[in-house]
Design a protein around this ligand. Structure first.
Ligand SMILES: *Cc1c(COP(=O)(O)O)cnc(C)c1O
Length: 367
């Protein structure tokens, strides 16, 4: 069986180093807010070429703390609107709702799966305060058109959801360093994955960084002094130590992901399947390799019978979820098409060439 994601294999490649890192923390006796966390924050900030990195408990917290910080700074208020792609993972939207802000769903493009720049401007109102740009499936959502739009509406904040795109670049700059602020998730299955939950916020704005750090520390930046009604959101020293090991391999892992993806694109040729074109290879670290297929569920069963596990990203779009009942009647045809037809192929750095060839052959035999 070829697993969709083989975390055991992925982490076994660095088993000794990971054990050494975890043991260093266990023997050291300091488990939270210590030197490993500080070192990871510094190393990840340097990797992205940003000034500030604040670690937190997970990616959803990173997004939530960012928006909360804007509210505390008086730059956003309840009811203000944030544009967000309609086909994103629901966490991007939950963070907006949780802060009393209004998510405004924007349709994606069917060829890139990213927010459609052509449809963004018509959604901007006097209440719009920001754009949450999600680099979905590992592909950079930023482009010249969005850059020009944000220059025209220069009061809008650009918030990146970089949970799926660690190491991705746009014109030699890394995603997570393109906008005003970015959220990162280190969920184990992400391109840069911890061995548990972890997340981070990155920004070049010092005042935003300070408020985010305080909000994740009970609302405090000085011991026993509380400026905000905060929460507890932090990573532990073991996860920070493990992430420091894995950060060293991120670029090599992403190159391997890109090599597998280009093989898929070059060799899958079956008129029943819509495979991304070669353009899709640029600015992409392939967290997910998406295919479109009219009889998607049938294809998924076919592949499983041949020992190939696949996933769907995502089976039910946010506007069709019960938690967003007021959106249930909305018509978002592109988003709905993606949710009906998308199938994600196995793609991770420990996948072998033989496995990739086997998957390609099975897809080309599909009738
Ligand atoms: C994974 C993910 C998140 C949430 O990250 P967690 O660490 O699981 O909370 C947010 N946005 C996107 C696009 C994601 O893929």
């Amino acid at each position: 069986m070829i697993k969709y994601l083989d975390l055991q294999k992925i982490n076994a490649r660095h088993e000794e180093e990971l054990h050494r890192a975890a043991n260093r923390v266990i023997s050291g006796g300091w488990y939270l807010q210590g030197s490993e966390t500080a070192a990871f924050e510094e190393e990840y900030a340097r990797y992205l070429s940003v000034r500030h990195c604040i670690t937190c408990a997970n990616g959803l917290d990173a997004l939530t703390l960012i928006l909360r910080a804007y509210i505390e700074l008086g730059e956003m208020h309840a009811g203000d609107e944030i544009l967000v792609p309609a086909n994103t993972y629901i966490a991007s939207i939950l963070a907006i709702s949780e802060n009393g802000l209004t998510p405004v769903l924007v349709e994606p493009r069917i060829d890139t799966f990213q927010i459609d720049p052509e449809r963004m401007e018509e959604k901007i109102t006097s209440r719009t305060r920001g754009v949450m740009l999600v680099h979905l499936y590992g592909r950079c959502a930023y482009n010249d058109q969005i850059c020009a739009l944000l220059r025209r509406y220069d009061h809008l904040q650009l918030i990146e959801d970089n949970a799926q795109a660690h190491g991705c670049t746009w014109q030699h700059r890394r995603t997570g360093g393109l906008g005003d602020v970015a959220a990162h998730s280190f969920y184990p299955g992400k391109n840069l994955g911890a061995l548990g939950d972890a997340g981070a916020v990155t920004t070049n704005r010092v005042e935003l960084a300070e408020v985010v750090r305080a909000l994740g520390n009970y609302g405090s930046n000085r011991k026993y002094v509380f400026d905000f009604i905060g929460r507890n959101s932090r990573i532990d020293e073991i996860q920070a130590a493990l992430l420091r090991v894995k950060l060293n391999y991120l670029d090599a892992d992403n190159r391997r992901r890109q090599a597998i993806a280009s093989k898929y694109i070059a060799h899958i040729c079956n008129p029943k399947l819509t495979v991304p074109t070669v353009d899709y290879l640029s600015n992409n670290v392939f967290h997910i390799f998406p295919l479109l297929c009219r009889h998607r569920d049938y294809l998924q069963t076919y592949l499983l019978e041949r020992g190939i596990q696949t996933l769907i990203h995502y089976p039910i779009p946010p506007h069709r979820q019960r938690c967003y009942a007021h959106w249930n009647e909305l018509s978002l045809p592109i988003t709905e098409q993606i949710h009906c037809q998308e199938l994600s192929l196995p793609l991770h750095p420990a996948l072998t060439d033989d496995e990739v060839d086997y998957i390609i052959a099975a897809l080309n035999d599909y009738e």
